[in-house]
Design a protein around this ligand. Structure first.
Ligand SMILES: [Zn+2]
Length: 250
């Protein structure tokens, strides 16, 4: 089902188990937006795990209520990627760097701060989407991994904008990510921007939605210049095209 991830067909909301839920048919790795009968602003966002099997998913709300949300089947694609060999078999001299960067990311993604995001999410680049989330990729016939974000076409120097208001937790070069920005939107929701060529923000800054944060590039593990955009919610990567197309209830 390419349609959902690629053309961003507007997902319709539904009433499921007494809750207003969007998209109408959540699927593995999709975001789920809930309009709750009660709560601080009546809206909650969550992600479905990529490994969740289609069928009923039990959901427990903060107030203890449980709901059963049906998870639909979703077909992700496969692809073969060729990158420079040092990104498939990193040379020994960079292993320490890779380990240190993994530790930085682990600490950053454990951050839990108050909610900063509000309403609909903005596209990080004003360019076409090129490679969808969830593709099972084989790098150079060897390493297998899942594409945990959405790629945008971006010639080097394309302005990249914050999808939501947030705080800059990472703005530095990393081995695989290249020029890398991570924004904390609160409640365990983070957006990630990779392969950048220039930073317009620094770690510790706060940003508004749509504020320019960087220029795109072709750094890190890439086949060519583009923007990789990822969204993580409490440790789960979600499918960004659906997130960007969600319409938030007033
Ligand atoms: Zn990507």
């Amino acid at each position: 089902m390419l349609r959902r991830t690629f053309l961003s067909a507007l997902p319709l909301a539904a009433q499921i188990s007494g809750l207003h839920v969007a998209p109408a048919a959540p699927f593995p790795a999709s975001p789920i937006l809930f309009k709750l009968p009660a709560g601080p602003d009546g809206i909650a966002l969550a992600a479905v795990g990529l490994e969740v099997k289609p069928g009923p998913l039990k959901l427990t709300l903060a107030n203890g209520e449980t709901h059963s949300i049906p998870i639909a089947r979703h077909q992700y694609r496969s692809g073969i990627i060729t990158v420079p060999p040092q990104f498939v078999s990193p040379p020994p001299k960079v292993l320490k760097r890779i380990q240190e960067e993994a530790a930085v990311k682990k600490e950053v993604f454990a951050t839990r701060s108050p909610r900063r995001w509000k309403g609909a999410f903005a596209a990080p680049a004003d360019t076409p989407q090129t490679s969808p989330f969830g593709t099972r990729r084989t790098y150079n016939g060897k390493t297998r991994s899942i594409h945990q974000g959405l790629d945008f076409r971006a010639a080097i120097g394309t302005p990249i904008a914050a999808t939501q208001a947030g705080k800059v937790l990472i703005a530095r070069d990393m081995y695989y990510e290249g020029g890398f920005v991570v924004l904390d939107h609160g409640e365990g929701l983070f957006s990630l921007y990779m392969h950048l060529s220039k930073f317009e923000v620094k770690e510790g800054d706060t940003v508004e939605q749509r504020q320019p944060i960087a220029l795109s590039g072709g750094s890190g593990r890439v086949t060519g210049p583009h923007l990789h955009f990822g969204v993580q919610w409490q440790g789960l990567y979600m499918e960004p095209a659906t997130l960007l197309s969600l319409r938030f209830p007033a």
